[in-house]
Design a protein around this ligand. Structure first.
Ligand SMILES: Cc1cc2nc3c(=O)[nH]c(=O)nc-3n(C[C@H](O)[C@H](O)[C@H](O)COP(=O)(O)OP(=O)(O)OC[C@H]3O[C@@H](n4cnc5c(N)ncnc54)[C@H](O)[C@@H]3O)c2cc1C
Length: 384
């Protein structure tokens, strides 16, 4: 049974941590440098946040999904790039805990929870992310090891990871079988000659450590198979709703950052002898954001609570991800309008929130695909 951490205590600790140790100028510097400081990642381990939902037997706190969404909102409020890296790490840890065998869990989870080992997650490829089943990467068992050829793109933190957990085709599906058959998850160690990792520089989420990974006869031991051979995609399906709840919480955090900064600015910036916040044209969009933010958060928490009861709220998870992403887009756009030229200045946090929020409309699942899933749940024909 997962533990619920008191929301107010978690929020207080997180806000105080960022305010005291990583205030906005330090975050801004990391964004500009395109790297999360190693000490920040280690601090997340020290605070027990990397192990938040990991079983206690492996150094975690075994907290529930609702607690994870509360922490995610706080991390995203402070630093979007960190929130992306955190979310990806949390998904990898969950997969290891869910389908890993005892040796794999013991080898990776305690070090991940402590912040001493980073793990990356490679699903997307240059050929596309939405149609994940079209992936081209192949792994073949030769003697006692897997030999991997292919590419993974946009892999968060791969350049600092000890291993990449990737999805590759290990078996060709029979023509009568679905494309999902024959895909397997493998834990592939980095730092080997067959694997080249390079950074991809982005306009948003600049410090998330996005990478291109080239596998040219890279190897992994036969024991690196995570879960059942040929059933890797099915293992992933079990984590999608959690991933979408966390993505929703990330969007809520970004929207809150934009709202709080815009309100603070509107209270002090003067025009025509009055604070601009006194004008309805400024006040009303901020009021809209406040209402939308509240609704998005409730939706995210509703999904998290359903997950914590053992349900699989697939349609609601798609709705929460979709709605919260659009709220983040509107909130950051409105924030930019309120700050005008000051929002566009590179020293402004608002332009960072605005750039970072762009990720939320297409990742981890695109809003179009989320709409497809909701449409199907309404009883309409599958559109893809
Ligand atoms: C900062 C960052 C970090 C990331 N981290 C990771 C990571 O760690 N691991 C990982 O595996 N991936 C990662 N990704 C990749 C991310 O998951 C993909 O970008 C996402 O899945 C979308 O894939 P795509 O960009 O290839 O877009 P595409 O799949 O090419 O989609 C392009 C457009 O077509 C639309 N579209 C596609 N199919 C349909 C359809 N059937 N109906 C309607 N519209 C459709 C999409 O909605 C989108 O608008 C990351 C990306 C970024 C930018």
């Amino acid at each position: 049974m997962a533990t619920r951490i008191e929301a107010a205590a978690l929020q207080r600790t997180a806000r105080e941590f960022f305010r005291r140790d990583y205030p906005p100028p330090r975050i801004r510097a990391m964004d500009e440098a395109g790297e999360i400081e190693p000490t920040l990642w280690q601090d997340l381990g020290r605070l027990g946040w990397l192990g938040l939902t990991i079983p206690s037997a492996y150094g975690g706190s075994e907290a529930d999904t609702r607690s994870a969404t509360i922490l995610m909102e706080e991390i995203a409020r402070a630093f979007g790039s960190l929130a992306v890296a955190y979310a990806l790490g949390a998904m990898v840890a969950r997969l290891l805990a869910d389908v890993g065998h005892e040796e794999q869990r013991a080898a990776w989870l305690p070090a991940f929870a402590a912040g001493s080992t980073i793990l990356a997650f490679g699903i997307s490829e240059p050929s596309g992310g939405t149609d994940a089943l079209a992936l081209q990467t192949r792994a073949q068992l030769v003697g006692e090891q897997w030999v991997i050829r292919g590419q993974k793109l946009w892999t968060t933190m791969a350049h600092r990871a000890a291993a990449i957990i990737l999805l590759a085709r290990t078996d060709e599906p029979d023509p009568s079988e679905r494309r999902a058959r024959g895909l397997s998850l493998l834990i592939v160690p980095t730092g080997q000659p067959g694997l080249t990792i390079s950074r991809v520089h982005l306009a948003g989420m600049r410090a998330a450590g996005t990478c291109l990974c080239l596998f040219d006869d890279a190897t992994a031991p036969a024991t690196a198979l995570l879960g059942q051979r040929g059933r890797g995609f099915h293992a992933l399906l079990g984590t999608l709703n959690v991933e979408r709840a966390l993505a929703g919480a990330l969007s809520v955090g970004l929207a809150r950052a934009a709202l709080e900064d815009a309100v603070a600015y509107a209270r002090t910036r003067l025009a025509f002898g009055r604070p601009i916040g006194a004008f309805q044209a400024i006040q009303h969009p901020l009021a809209e954001t406040a209402a939308e933010l509240e609704a998005a958060r409730l939706l995210v928490h509703q999904v998290a609570e359903a997950l914590d009861r053992g349900e699989q709220p697939t349609t609601q998870a798609a709705m929460a991800k979709l709605f919260a992403a659009e709220v983040a887009i509107r909130a950051t756009d409105r924030g930019m309008r309120v700050l005008a030229a000051h929002g566009l200045a590179i020293e402004s946090d608002m332009q960072r929130y605005f750039r970072d929020a762009r990720l939320q409309v297409f990742s981890p699942v695109s809003n179009e695909m989320a709409r497809n899933l909701i449409g199907e749940a309404l009883g309409l024909p599958r559109s893809y």
